[in-house]
Design a binder for this molecule. Structure first.
Ligand code: 9D3
Length: 250
């Protein structure tokens, strides 16, 4: 059981996440719990303002510190053993390793910034970590928070259900996936590879590993470089090397 608390000025955006598919099922089955806190509820005054102009001038607005600090403290009081994370383009970049790391916490409090950023003084004491989901510019931290909740949830045992385990995932073992096929056997004159119809499970596993390796080599070479190869993987790649040399030297 892991508890997600999202701090945002747009809590209704998160029904996109809570109300569908695997995340919905995980909530229904008490595999995760999820709630949102509206930062605006902690803003003072008749207009409940959450942003203000930047000291020093410049364009854009900055998230006011008081409502955000109030919301963070309320979230931390409700879920005391949680890690508090600010979603920001300046954070460390999220990947599958970070997903595994975050999945080990009892709770995550995810703060979604809006405007140009949050007042720096909020970060000092109240925030444990800063995460970005990649180098492109979005309009706020809500989609990044959803990405994190989605990736972390599917790592929790039982969240996926069925026979598929998250550990079999390509990114968990650092390779891209092999190609997939389903019925019909012939689609627009294209056949399914014979080996998949052979019933020979050892050969099928070997073919899939081979396809994974080649796919990774062609499309995402840096993933291969980051990884230590098994004996069987070395054998497969050496076989391909020999085939290529045969062509070169013929
Ligand atoms: C003008 C400088 N901008 C930084 C590149 C300011 C800025 C733009 C967009 C500040 C915040 C945002 C909104 N984005 C996020 O809050 C955000 C984000 C993102 O834009 N990309 C990838 N990951 C993330 S996590 C939060």
């Amino acid at each position: 059981m892991i508890n997600f608390t999202v701090l945002t000025i747009f809590p209704t955006m998160f029904s996109l996440l809570w109300d569908y598919g695997i995340i919905k099922r995980a909530i229904d089955r008490n595999i995760i719990s999820a709630s949102t806190i509206n930062i605006r509820d902690f803003a003072e005054g008749r207009h409940r303002v959450t942003d203000d102009r930047p000291y020093g001038g410049g364009c854009g607005m900055v998230m006011k510190p008081e409502p955000l600090a109030g919301a963070i403290r309320a979230a931390q009081k409700k879920a005391p053993s949680s890690k508090t994370i600010l979603m920001t383009p300046q954070g460390r970049v999220f990947d599958q390793r970070v997903a595994h790391e975050l999945a080990s916490f009892d709770g995550l409090i995810l703060i979604c910034g809006r405007y140009e950023g949050v007042d720096e003084r909020v970060c000092y004491d109240l925030i444990d970590d800063e995460i970005s989901i990649g180098d492109y510019v979005l309009t706020g931290g809500e989609l990044p928070a959803m990405v994190i909740i989605d990736a972390v949830t599917r790592l929790i045992p039982d969240a996926l259900g069925g026979v598929d385990s998250a550990e079999k995932d390509s990114f968990s073992d650092g390779l891209l996936e092999h190609p997939h096929y389903t019925r019909p056997r012939i689609f627009e004159e294209a056949n399914v590879p014979d080996v998949l119809l052979s019933g020979n499970h050892k050969e099928i596993e070997k073919w899939r590993l081979e396809q994974s390796l080649i796919n990774t080599f062609l499309k995402r070479r840096t993933l291969l470089e980051k990884r230590t190869l098994s004996r069987q993987e070395v054998d497969i790649l050496e076989k391909w090397c020999l085939e290529i040399e045969k062509i070169i030297h013929s």
